[in-house]
Design a binder for this molecule. Sequence first.
Ligand code: DAH
Length: 352
Amino acid sequence: MENKKFEEVKTQIEMDKGKINDLKELNDLKVKYLGKKGFITELNQEIKNIPNEEKKAFGQQVQELRTLFNDFYDEKKKELETIILNEQLEKEAIDITLPAVKITTGSPNILEKLIEEVEEVFMSMGYDVVDGPEIEYDKYNFEMLNIPKGHPARDAQDTFYLEGEEILLRSQTSPVQVRTMLKGNGEIPIRMICPGKTYRRDDDDATHSHQFLQIEGLLVDKDISLSDLKGTIDIIMKRLFGNEVESRFRPSYYQFTEPSVEVDISCFNCGGKGCSICKRTGWITVAGAGIVHPNVLKMSGYDPEKWSGFAFGFGTERLAMLKYDINDLRVFYNTDLREVKTFDRKEKEEND
Ligand code: DAH
């Protein structure tokens, strides 16, 4: 009779084996056989009712069942755990064959790049890079540059006034000449450039903006002539546009320089033959310049009998437009990344 029971439990175990799908079911099965009221546990408790001489054989059979179950249990547990682990590995796997996410980094603004290039050249020639306020006194922006109140030259540089008629947004970087000379106290030579923002009451179009950049330059020393200016302009233009570029002066008029000139460079695009960039003239205007007017030196404390100097002013956006072949000034001030990327590409082509 006892043998029958053993056989039953054994068959039961064999049947249950195929029904296990996960660890919970496996654990429940363990309780079914080896828990407090489990089949094998209960069978084992019957040992007390067994005659002594059969106890040993009975015990062995119980142990056999236990081993049968435990072997199955251990093996199944391992199998289920492996499945879980594999599933997890698959879920968390990193596919190293996938293309990586491209990390894009920013690049300096193209105007900033150009300014840095110009600064570098001038610094190598002993110039200081100085700064001046964008909110300026009428006195420095006009009067001390030889443009008194009511002078018609002010019409071309109408700007934004902040308080009454004395404080304005500077219409040019030239007031920094005055500020630098005042600091020099009429005693020390000056070599400076000042890149900075300027403002004018203007209607924005492809070549004009109410807000734009200039690079001012001033040199004050002894016996300075137009040829010093010419040599200096030549160096910077060759550095920006290439060694084959020539520069020339055309007579012009500014209130703070005498004589005044317009600086042209030979067209770097057509080599002077005439193209759309130079409007078929072979030359491109890049700056205003001249020999510092004696009145300007005097007003800022430099004795024109002892000192002389030259000054110049570049339009920064104009230089960048020429250098990077840009035909609308407004692209510098909108935030269209496609355009910014175009600049990067042009710059890259140039460096290749
Ligand atoms: N400030 C002038 C302008 O905005 C440019 C200029 C011309 C600057 C001659 C100079 C200069 O320093 O000497 O039109």
